[in-house]
Design a protein around this ligand. Structure first.
Ligand code: SF4
Ligand code: SF4
Length: 427
């Protein structure tokens, strides 16, 4: 629920959406013709791809394009590979987009079935990294920053989104199984399930310590959970992982539970679809389903300058093609009519201070933005707390000059990370 500001005198406050206690089942939406999977691209010299256009694949089959790289995807349908093409994502990150035309009859690949009998962190990493929810399994194997606590988010980080809440409410058995398996394969006993205040009673003996958070945005973002639930403040420039905490969505944990108890790799994703009328729907679809198939089922017409956002309204990213597929971690698809989309402008900062008053990290955003606009990222990090930012997007929302502050922040962090990685490689 949005409590609107009045003539800019009050900074707006937001509350997370709470789903009703009794939920209808998520509506099933099928991919019509094909699915597309994004395979992380290896930047080095690649041996010939292990899969070619024209190859047939089964549902649940592991596809690794490059033998010298751990990246892979799991075929979410049975069919024939009809294209393998380059795709550029946010900030120029490159992928190989593998399109599979769907066959009439579905056949399941059984390779994982035998592995499922003896769960290990290695076989989980080898098969479940692209499962619904995108379990961050590599983090659990990080010996440099060992994980002491796994925090399962049964709440959604962004507004208008009910995906993780829905899963935390309806997939209790799978989550319980996933928690047992996670404990076994990682040796980590300290597991926290984070939920909303009103649902905390419903979890019984789930195998995790159940904790609740406030309903006010951005209480469900990891740095806020670190502070308010775990009792540790993440210092500027550090990550939750470096503090020994691995965040995993309820869906990721349910995927682990479902895979090992059923012997099949899960390929169907829950997400919140928010069309132009703002009436959310929880839907279940196959990973790789193009957005065009979803908008067409609900009769949403997309016009020039309408905006399609993957993720919620505060932290999501706009996409530019209806062929964009549903990814393992796509929790929401938001369609905004061009009349409602908040466009950016060339107006300069008028120093109103709204961004500073909204910022939960108490950053002098009005100063930070000047350095970001000038591309002076190191100064922004050294002198204006860039790395204290918790990526909530509130500053962009309130900015009267419509400066895309949050996008500048994401770009600056990305560029600084890239420079750091390049330096480390050169050494
Ligand atoms: S996104 Fe903006 S408001 Fe949110 S923490 Fe970062 S600087 Fe502050
Ligand atoms: S960046 Fe935007 S919100 Fe912040 S002080 Fe300037 S005009 Fe106001």
């Amino acid at each position: 629920m949005l409590k609107k500001s009045f003539l800019g005198l009050v900074i707006p406050q937001f509350e997370y959406e709470r789903l009703p206690a009794i939920l209808p089942e998520a509506e099933k939406v099928a991919a019509t013709k094909s699915v597309t999977l994004f395979h992380e691209k290896n930047s080095g010299q690649n041996p010939p791809a292990s899969i070619q256009v024209g190859d047939k694949v089964k549902t649940g089959q592991k596809i690794s394009l490059f033998a010298d790289h751990p990246a892979y995807v799991i075929a979410s349908v049975t069919g024939t590979v009809s294209a393998i093409s380059p795709h550029t994502g946010d900030f120029g990150k490159t992928y190989a987009a593998i399109t599979i035309d769907i066959a009439e009859n579905e056949t399941f690949d059984d390779e994982f079935k035998t592995r499922a009998q003896s769960p290990t962190l290695q076989n989980a990493m080898a098969y479940l990294a692209s499962a619904p929810g995108g379990p961050p399994l590599r983090s659990l194997a990080d010996t440099e920053n060992p994980v002491k606590t796994i925090a399962i988010t049964g709440v959604d980080g962004d507004l208008l989104t009910g995906t993780q809440q829905y899963i935390a409410n309806t997939c209790l058995n799978e989550i319980k199984d996933g928690i047992q398996i996670l404990k076994k394969i990682s040796g980590i006993d300290q597991i926290i399930l984070v939920t909303g205040r009103d649902t905390i009673q419903g979890y019984g003996h789930i195998g995790a310590d159940v904790k609740s958070i406030e309903a006010a945005y951005p209480a469900a973002l990891p740095p806020m959970i670190m502070k308010n639930v775990i009792g540790e403040i993440v210092p500027a420039g550090k990550t939750c992982q470096e503090m020994g905490v691995c965040f995993m969505s309820a869906e990721a944990v349910a995927s682990i539970g479902r895979a090992y108890t059923g012997g099949r790799l899960p390929i169907r994703k829950i997400l919140t679809f928010i069309p132009k009328d703002g009436k959310q729907r929880l839907i279940e679809t196959t990973i790789g389903t193009p957005i065009k198939d979803i908008v067409s089922v609900y009769g949403v017409s997309i016009n020039v300058e309408d905006r399609i956002v993957l993720g919620g309204p505060m932290t999501g990213s706009a996409v530019y093609s209806l062929d964009q597929p549903v990814l393992p971690d796509t929790d929401a698809i938001l369609v905004l009519d061009r009349a409602k989309a908040a466009y950016t402008s060339d107006y300069p900062c008028i120093n109103c201070g709204d961004c500073v008053r909204s910022c939960p990290a108490q950053i002098a955003v009005n100063m930070l933005v000047r350095f970001l606009e000038a591309g002076q990222y190191e100064e922004a990090a050294d002198n204006y707390d860039l790395y204290s930012c918790i990526d909530c997007g509130l500053c962009s929302y309130v900015c009267v000059s419509k400066i895309p502050i949050f996008q500048y922040i994401k770009l600056a962090k990305y560029e600084l990370d890239r420079a750091k990685t390049a330096e480390a490689t050169d050494v």
